[in-house]
Structure formats: C-alpha cells, structure tokens
Design a protein around this ligand. Sequence first.
Ligand code: KIV
Length: 264
Amino acid sequence: MKKTALDIIEMKNKGKKITMLTAYDYVLGSILDEAGTDMLLVGDTMGMVVHGHSTTLPVTLEDSIRHTQAVARGVKSAMVIGDLPFGTFQVSAEEAVRNAIKLVKYGNAETIKLEGGSERIPAIKGILDAGIPVMGHLGLTPQSVHRFGGFKIQGRTEETAKFILEESKNLEEAGIFSLVLEAIPWKVAKMITESLSIPTIGIGAGPYCDGQVLVTYDMLGYFDFKAKFVKRYLNLKEQILKAIQEYNREVREGIFPDTSYSYE
Ligand code: KIV
C-alpha cells in the first residue's frame, strides 16, 4: 500500500524512525522502493549528481517533472516527493501553487517539498489549499547557497539556532506534514524535533531527528564528493570502474562475446 503524509506523521507518534532517500530515475527508484524506503525525494540535487552542475540552481520545473515521472513509474509503496526547483515558487504564491500542481499532475508526485521559512507561508498555504501535502526544508537550504556564502553549516550561534527553531514552529503552524533539517548541529535538531508534533527528517543534523535522508548517489559511493555526515554503504564507483575496465579488456582481447552470448 502507498505511504501517505498521514502515515508519515503517524510514524512519529508511534516512535518509528522514518527513512527517506533521493531518487532520480525509474530503476533506482524501484530498487529503493523494493528495499522498503518510506519516502523517495526526487530532489533538485539532480542538478549536481545527475546533470553535473556545481549547485542546484539551474534545475528547471521541466527537469523536476521528467525525473519525478520516471521515479513514480517504478514505485509501489514509498511516498514520492517532488521538489520545487529554484525560481518556481519564490516569485508569488500563485506561481508556486501552479507549479506544485504541475509537479503532481504531470510528474505524479504525491507531495511536494520546498525550501525556506516564514516568507514561504503564503505559498505553502496555497499549495495545501490545492490538496497537496507540503514538506518544509530549513537549515542549509542549498537554493540559498549564494546568500550563505557557500554550503555552510547553519544554526551554530544561539541566535541562528533560535531563528531556525522559531521558523520550524511557523512552518508547522502553516500546515507542513514534515520538515527536512539540513546541516545543523545535532543539539539544535534535537530541540526542534522535540518541539514539533510533525516529523523532522535530518541530513547532517544528527541522530535525534524522527527520520533521515541522504542523497542516494552519496551513500552508494557513486559520486566523488563526500560530506562529513555521509556514511558510504557501498563503493559503487569502484565496483563500476572495475566492471567497465574488465568489459573493455575482454572486448579488446576478443574474450567477450563468445558464442554462448550469440544467436545460432
Ligand atoms: O534536493 C535534495 O536532494 C534535497 C535533500 C538533500 C534533502 O533537498
């Protein structure tokens, strides 16, 4: 059965940890789903790990729709979350609602995520009014990389920690069903998690969040860059390199294909 926003909230109430990973294509999406992951985010990190940009800023709504469609086709039970890219929800609440609807209507997302605090409340309320559950995202919000002066940990001072806590409460009051907390000190994430009745999903925010998310390419070791908070569960790049080198050698030496891989 498909997981819904209500199921995710219920998991916090029952003290069950929530798992979330990013997915950008049909095959990986279906594997993450088969492995029992609760939520799949078709994140705008696709701009970096799939399309090779240095930030998430160039990702378009069309990119997001296309990749969300592909992931949604492979998923039976995980919730599919579409990510609103930079420039698709900041200009006005109406534009945000229109773009969130497109992500659901054409991309087959079941919920959407958007970055930012109180300044996004009109957009969040409009999207909720359209019947779409919204996931928030605070802390290091990568779409604001230029304002932060780089991908820097947030909430390290008492003042900024308090600000993120207040903003978490504001977003909860606006009606989001869960909140991503990215790259903040674990004590701040713990305080926020204990203050909210909706689940927090941490990435680089320590062990006390209600759930965790990682960029799948990072945790599989498919992507070279590794942040401190990433645990590598596999060295996929090394394994792929080995396999491709072997294929290249076998083709060059006439080992592959032999007749067993050929038609009579
Ligand atoms: O776009 C993304 O993949 C994200 C996660 C890192 C939370 O926002």
